[in-house]
Design a protein around this ligand. Structure first.
Ligand SMILES: Cc1cc2nc3c(=O)[nH]c(=O)nc-3n(C[C@H](O)[C@H](O)[C@H](O)COP(=O)(O)OP(=O)(O)OC[C@H]3O[C@@H](n4cnc5c(N)ncnc54)[C@H](O)[C@@H]3O)c2cc1C
Ligand SMILES: NC(=O)c1ccc[n+]([C@@H]2O[C@H](COP(=O)([O-])OP(=O)(O)OC[C@H]3O[C@@H](n4cnc5c(N)ncnc54)[C@H](OP(=O)(O)O)[C@@H]3O)[C@@H](O)[C@H]2O)c1
Length: 242
């Protein structure tokens, strides 16, 4: 049986009407940057739990989670309404393989996300490992609307980060239009990053919408890359959010 940790909300920042970042104290966790943990609320006497990726780096004892309201969802609208002082249950056992120790070495680390899939990368980027292990680090964040390009200040604080934005449902100067897989196929992603996506130099992480994971994997396979497995090292490591 899960022995839940009793966390307490200290802050709930709303970026848009749907996007929020919760900060939670009192639930110390031992985890690897990029992992997730189940968080829960009691709803009508039932504990409703969902996995959420940590945004904070492991050395920071305040947990941070970045979420979106799925209006008909059982948990996310309730998380968005939490206020300082409210309780949040946190499972004691973080998990997940979207972590750098699982990856082979390469010249370039590509971190590709849709929507809230940026969360685990924010944790990874605030550790030393990506900067020590890779000559180039690229973060690609794809969102529907410009206002969903969150954590801008933090991203601008990484001097070596190559940050590429996709905004799919309105024009935004400086951002790419459309979707990641199409921009891999027609070369726009490589052009925006100023780097080649090739099996001899690239490790790619994908996180977020399962359709993006599938379509992007197909585009990368066309370039000679394959899924990474412990027993058969490759180039693509994925984490699906639903
Ligand atoms: C390993 C893992 C890590 C995750 N980390 C995060 C995270 O850091 N932040 C986060 O917001 N969510 C994350 N999720 C999704 C999260 O667990 C919930 O599914 C989400 O918060 C919605 O919960 P819900 O109970 O309201 O609806 P659910 O019943 O869980 O989901 C209903 C539907 O909402 C859609 N949906 C679910 N999650 C998302 C999302 N993140 N963005 C867009 N559409 C979505 C899907 O169509 C899904 O079928 C993660 C999921 C997994 C498996
Ligand atoms: N975003 C909002 O304004 C908003 C507001 C309130 C609630 N919500 C809820 O949040 C959920 C959606 O969240 P979201 O906007 O973060 O997620 P999303 O639908 O995953 O969209 C994020 C980005 O991923 C792209 N994408 C989707 N499928 C793809 C694929 N197969 N290959 C490559 N790229 C793909 C989208 O492009 P396209 O635009 O081309 O699909 C968009 O640029 C819904 O449940 C919705 O009800 C969203």
């Amino acid at each position: 049986m899960t022995r839940w940790l009793q966390g307490r909300v200290i802050d709930n920042r709303h970026w848009t009407e749907a996007l929020f970042s919760l900060r939670v104290e009192g639930a110390p966790l031992d985890f690897e940057a990029g992992q997730f943990v189940r968080i829960a609320l009691d709803v009508d006497g039932e504990r409703v739990a969902r996995p959420f990726s940590m945004v904070n780096p492991p050395q920071d004892p305040v947990l941070e989670f970045f979420g979106i309201v799925v209006p008909e969802g059982p948990l996310s609208p309730r998380l968005a309404r939490l206020a300082p002082g409210d309780a949040l249950q946190v499972a004691p056992n973080p998990a997940g393989f979207l972590v750098l120790p699982e990856l082979p070495d390469a010249q370039t680390l590509w971190l590709l996300a849709t929507g809230t899939g940026i969360a685990p990368y924010l944790s990874i980027l605030r550790t030393e490992a990506p900067w020590r292990r890779f000559r180039n680090v690229v973060l690609v964040h794809a969102v529907r609307h410009a206002r969903e390009l969150v954590y801008r200040e933090m991203l601008e604080s990484f001097p070596r980060l190559r940050y590429v934005r996709f905004v799919s449902r309105e024009p935004l100067p400086g951002a790419l239009a459309g979707r990641i897989p199409a921009a891999i196929r027609d070369g726009r992603l490589e052009q925006a990053a100023g780097l080649k996506l090739a099996p001899d130099r690239s490790q790619i992480m994908l996180c977020g919408n399962p359709g993006m994971l599938k379509d992007t994997t197909a585009a990368l396979v066309e370039r000679g890359m394959r899924k990474h497995r412990r027993r058969a090292p490759g180039h693509i490591t994925v984490e699906s959010f639903w």
